[in-house]
Design a protein around this ligand. Structure first.
Ligand code: CAA
Length: 380
């Protein structure tokens, strides 16, 4: 396994790192305070080609490999985790389902706009009563003539209040369980689509998370994605790729925690020397850095499999599970190293902790990742 970056991947890393340090780092304070979607930054990401990194040039994308896309999330999240998830959801589950499962006509109609950043993508699977148990979703889609009419509600929809297109999952067959779910591409101005309450979240300020209500929402048959009954597989297959993106986001948070805690430990003096010279602190930093490296290897390994078109469901879940747990632990330790200052909003550690927590929850809780990994191991 070669985890060295190629020349092209190094180019992507440098470009996104420059952008993140120049434009994103300076916007963090305002995003934290205002909790407003960073439209201007997302527009600039579109101009840099970041909104369509792994999308073929034929569909208006940048034509880079999947690992380059993971590099971009990693680099953005090191400065601001909200931008990491905006990009991850837009690409992995907002655009890729159309690219991988759409008809040629659907791809031509939507993918170039999503890849250029003209459109923002979102993914609507989760419901109030169907989170981890996604196959139990109740939102239904009834066919009348050439249209489907979708009724139900979706919750925790990332990018939801800002998106132009939604990949929506609804039940077309009440008795068939997972095989009764169908996917649709729903445009933001579809009749009967109502964007509801914006969540006030613990962290990831700037990332927009809303409830969606579908009230007999009218969707033309030509916007059905895949066949009737294929929706659950479409959701799962894209979540496999999506989970590598969340692992990269968590990795960015971890590395930020290590960096800030290390810098602070070198300059903060107690008992006549920098706290980094006390073993209680230096060993913590050693553990944090080691776990960050392990998370990096798992994440980039899963990405390299996906880049080669190889199966990566198990590795994606392992990367997501480990990297998110590491992010939470590293951020807690960073707060501890900063001491009282770590508990204030004047230093980055408390934001990293608040941002880290959700990576253990969304795109499948870590308990669900255990279930996926054990299923791969046991073959049951
Ligand atoms: N790829 C393709 N097909 C898959 C698959 C995959 N990775 N996983 C399962 N399937 C197929 C199965 O093969 C099966 O089909 P067959 O019967 O034809 O074989 C069908 O789907 C049902 O599979 P299971 O019986 O394994 O399904 P299950 O009901 O036990 O659920 C689960 C499996 C892994 C728990 C799944 O429900 C799950 O992933 N839950 C978590 C949901 C989730 O991640 N939600 C995230 C929301 S999006 C989000 O968070 C975005 C954001 O904002 C950041």
């Amino acid at each position: 396994m070669n985890l060295q970056l190629t020349e092209e991947q190094e180019m992507m890393q440098k470009m996104v790192r420059d952008f993140a340090q120049r434009e994103v780092a300076t916007a963090v304070k305002r995003m934290e305070e205002e909790d407003r979607f960073p439209r201007v930054l997302v527009q600039k990401m579109g101009e840099l080609g970041l909104m369509g990194i792994p999308i073929p040039e034929k569909y208006g994308g940048s034509g880079f490999d999947f690992t380059s896309y993971i590099i971009a999330i990693h680099e953005l999240a090191r400065e601001n985790a909200a931008l990491g998830v905006i990009l991850s959801v837009h690409t992995s589950v907002g655009t890729n389902p159309i690219l991988y499962f759409g008809t040629e006509e659907q791809k031509q109609r939507y993918v170039p706009k999503l890849a250029s950043g003209e459109f923002l993508g979102a993914f609507a699977l989760t419901e109030p009563g169907a989170g981890s148990d996604a196959a139990r979703l109740k939102t239904k889609a009834e066919k009348k003539g050439d249209n489907y009419f979708i009724t139900g509600s979706k919750v925790f929809i990332t990018n939801g209040g800002e998106a132009d297109t939604y990949v929506v999952f609804a039940r077309t067959s009440p008795e068939k369980g997972a095989k009764g779910v169908t996917a649709f591409i729903v445009e933001k101005d579809a009749k009967g689509l109502i964007v509801g309450k914006k969540e006030r979240k613990m962290g990831l300020h700037g990332s927009n998370t809303v409830t969606l209500t579908f009230d007999q929402c009218e969707v033309p048959e030509e916007n059905r994605l895949g066949e009737e009954g294929e929706g659950f597989k479409i959701a799962m297959a894209n979540l496999d790729r999506g989970r590598i993106g969340i692992a990269a986001q968590a990795l960015g948070i971890t590395e930020a925690a290590v960096k800030h805690a290390t810098d602070y430990a070198k300059e903060r003096h107690q008992f006549g020397k920098p706290i980094a010279r006390h073993q209680g602190v230096s060993f913590k930093l050693a553990d944090m850095a080691t776990q960050a490296e392990a998370a990096r290897q798992l994440t980039y390994y899963a990405a390299s499999l996906q880049s080669k078109g190889l199966p990566c469901g198990k590795e994606a879940s392992m990367a997501k599970m480990y990297a998110s747990k590491t992010a939470r632990q590293a951020a807690i330790e960073a707060v501890q190293i900063f001491g009282g200052y770590g508990y204030t909003k004047d230093y980055p550690a408390e934001r990293l902790f608040r941002d880290a927590k959700v990576t253990e929850i969304y795109e499948g809780t870590n308990e669900i990742q255990h279930k996926v990994i054990s299923k791969h191991l046991l073959g049951i």
